[in-house]
Design a protein around this ligand. Structure first.
Ligand code: ATP
Length: 291
C-alpha cells in the first residue's frame, strides 16, 4: 500500500542533503521532475484545463516482467465521479491509482484524461491537475504557510488562509503565537496526526485540482477526528473526479461507484446496494467488515 510515498522515500536522502525549508523543497520538485524512468515524450503538450474524464483503456501493467498485476483493465470514469477501489490486499488498488500521475507507465493499453493519452501530456502539466492525499503526509521543516503552499510561490496570503479555513485548520493556526509563520517539523511545533492530515487537505484546497486521489488512512485516529477528517475530504471531493483507495465503509457507501478488485482485475462494479443484492465478492467482503 501507499505507493505515493515510494517516490518520495526514494529521494529522501537527496532532500536531507539540502537546506531545509522551501529551498530544500524546490530542490525536491526538481528531483521529482527528473525521474529518469518517466519522461516527457517528444512533442508532449501542455494541457491548461481538464474536466477530469478518465479512461483506463484496456490497460495491462506489472512491476516485473512475467508478473502482471493488472491485465486488460477497462474503466471509464466521468468528470466529477467518486470511485472507491476496494478489494483484498495486493489486488492492485494502489497500483491502478499510481498509473494516473505516471509514477509508472502501462505496458499495454492507454490512460486518457479528457481523451488525451497521458503520455502525450507534459508530465508537469498532467500532475498539476492531480492532487494526492495520503495517510503519510509529506511535511517539510518550514513554516505552516510554506507547507500549505507546497512550492506554489504565487499563492497569496488570502488564498492560503482560505485553504486553511476550508480544511478546518485556520482556528488552530490563529491560536499559535506566530500563526502562519510557525515553524513545524523537527525543530518546530509538532502537529497531531489529525492536524497533519488537515495540512494535506488545505494543500489540496489551494492547489484545486480537478482530479483527486485519496489514499485513505488505515491507521487509527480517534473516532471524532476521523469523522471530521472524512467530512473535510467529502467537501474536498465535490466537483472533482475522485479516486479513493478505500478502507472506510462510510466512504465506500457514499461513492458514486465501487470498483471491486481481485487478482484477476475488476471483479464487480456498481453502487453499494446493487453489489450487496448481487451476492458476489462485494457482498461477502461487506459481510466480513466490522461495522
Ligand atoms: P493494499 O490494500 O495492501 O494496499 P493494493 O490492492 O493497493 O493492496 P498494490 O499495493 O497495488 O495492492 O499491490 C499489488 C501488487 O503489486 C502486490 O502483489 C504488490 O506486492 C505488488 N507491488 C506493489 N508495489 C510494487 C513495487 N513497487 N514493485 C514490485 N511490486 C509491487
Amino acid at each position: 500500500s501507499n505507493i505515493f510515498f515510494r517516490p518520495i522515500e526514494k529521494i529522501n536522502a537527496v532532500i536531507e542533503s539540502y537546506p531545509k525549508g522551501i529551498a530544500g523543497f524546490n530542490r525536491y520538485i526538481e528531483v521529482m521532475d527528473t525521474d529518469p524512468e518517466i519522461q516527457d515524450a517528444p512533442g508532449a503538450i501542455e494541457v491548461d484545463h481538464v474536466q477530469g474524464n478518465i479512461h483506463f483503456d484496456h490497460i495491462s501493467f506489472g512491476y516485473e516482467e512475467g508478473r502482471p498485476i493488472l491485465s486488460e483493465v477497462n474503466l471509464n470514469i466521468r468528470a466529477g465521479e467518486t470511485i472507491a477501489f476496494v478489494g483484498p490486499s495486493g489486488a492492485g488498488k494502489t497500483t491502478i491509482c499510481s498509473l494516473l500521475p505516471r509514477f509508472y507507465d502501462v505496458n499495454e493499453g492507454r490512460i486518457t484524461v479528457d481523451g488525451i493519452d497521458i503520455r502525450d501530456m507534459k508530465l508537469e502539466s498532467l500532475r498539476k491537475h492531480i492532487g494526492i492525499v495520503q495517510q503519510d503526509v509529506f511535511l517539510f521543516s518550514g513554516t505552516i504557510r510554506e507547507n500549505i503552499a507546497y512550492g506554489d510561490l504565487d499563492a497569496t496570503d488570502a488564498q492560503i488562509w482560505e485553504a486553511a479555513r476550508r480544511a478546518s485548520l485556520a482556528e488552530h493556526i490563529e491560536k499559535l503565537p506566530e500563526g502562519m509563520d510557525t515553524v513545524i517539523g523537527e525543530r518546530g511545533v509538532k502537529l497531531s496526526g489529525g492536524q497533519k492530515q488537515r495540512m494535506s487537505i488545505a494543500r489540496m484546497f489551494l492547489k484545486n485540482p480537478p482530479i483527486l486521489i485519496l489514499d485513505e488512512a488505515t491507521s487509527a485516529l480517534d473516532t471524532a477526528t476521523e469523522a471530521a477528517i472524512q467530512e473535510s475530504l467529502a467537501e474536498l471531493s465535490v466537483g472533482r473526479t475522485t479516486l479513493v483507495i478505500a478502507h472506510r465503509l462510510s466512504t465506500i457507501r457514499n461513492a458514486d461507484r465501487i470498483i471491486v478488485m481481485n487478482e484477476e482485475g475488476i471483479a464487480e462494479q456498481g453502487k453499494h446496494d446493487e453489489l450487496v443484492a448481487q451476492g458476489g465478492v462485494y457482498s461477502r467482503l461487506n459481510a466480513m467488515q466490522p461495522v
